[in-house]
Design a protein around this ligand. Sequence first.
Ligand code: ZN
Length: 479
Amino acid sequence: MTNQQQNDFTKWYIDTIQKADLMDYTPVRGCIAFKPDGFEIWEHIQDEMNRRFKETGHRNAYFPMLIPESFFQKEKDHIEGFAPELPWVTEAAGEKLEERLALRPTSETMIGHLYSNWIKSYRDLPVLINQWANVFRWEKKTLPFIRTSEFLWQEGHTAHVDEEEARQETMQMLNIYKEVVEELLAIPVYDGQKTPSERFAGAVDTYSIEAMMKDGKAVQAGTSHYLGTKFAEAFDIKYLNKENKHQHVHTTSWGTSTRLIGSVIMVHGDEQGLVLPPRVAPTQVVLIPVGPWKKNPAIMEKLDELYAALKAKGIRVRLDDSDQSPGYKFNEWELKGVPVRIELGPRDLENNQALIKVRDLTEKESVEIAVIVERIEEELTTMQTRLLEKARAFRDENSHTNVDSLEQLKQHLTDSTENGTIPGWILAGWCGEDACEENVKNETKFTTRNIPFNPPAEKATCINCGKDSKHTVWFGRAY
Ligand SMILES: [Zn+2]
């Protein structure tokens, strides 16, 4: 971590996203505007997700934002989980509505209602639908992109003939999330199962991918739920099987949201501002003329040529010929996290060279103009890999496997405060009792992140009570 990040990580984060022009606040508390550079990161995430969703047989559809109150009453756990966060529409066209309508926090209920009409026979299954939408969860404490009252997301809702197929779907989508977050956003994640207390309201099983930010806190970067027949029973979603018998479908749902944008910034950003993985950067390369370039038209000619050559390779390139000083422009584009900068001045041109600067490296380098396009392509690929490796090394360094009791955890927290290091996460045993999980949370603010599929070690005893452990769990503080 850099100095500013260490002093006040939240302040560093908010300053950075505002200076980089990703978002703005609005008069509606907890509801932000996504400015073009912020939104474009989301668009690249959408493109990659859509590609993978469609490859695996899913199609996009759209469902209404307003949901009748009675729909929520049908699944008991669901209403209990979401009721405190729901904003309601009670009036329209000057008249009180007969039934109040919630702004959707998620669409299981509306979709459950519709699937009961759409699904009649085994021939109608599976139903594999995804929706890109905005959802509302009225949050008391908000942080742009990470926790807002309105946010953007995708929610997949599928229906299947049986448990086996629905569980395969649940895991398939979790894997897709893991691949997209690691390969596109260069953020390493731990995949695993949520404990019962952290489950989605109404799910039989919830799985998640968990990412570590630079302050050591966790972001739940995506979840996938096996819903069993709970929603099918609540909404009467039945099909006639091959033996002509009525059966409830097994459903799944899965989601990722615009908190991924916040995660990219918190995982890769540095003192100079954003560091964007090339695959999601709105601008991948910026061209900047330097020296007395206005008196030397050959410089702009060469830059125009380079611009066209990079663009022809599908690279997202910008040419900054504004009248700001080069130094100002360098800062500006570093702040915005643009992966590669190319500088061209009179002397460079004489030597048929240009200077390149890669965002996460310190040195500039002279490169022959004749080979610069290939070189840039290479730099973008290696930077993408390097960012993932750096983030993985950081995470591993701060994933502790030697903390096995509440006392040791408290000592670990005291030590990290004294040493000015981050507490990170700990891998510990858990007996399976809610009370033990609750006590660790109350005493340390460490919550269970997930029960990893591939833990680096197996723990024999519960961190809280010392009895035999049922599960080995990641614990950490979370956003
Ligand atoms: Zn215990």
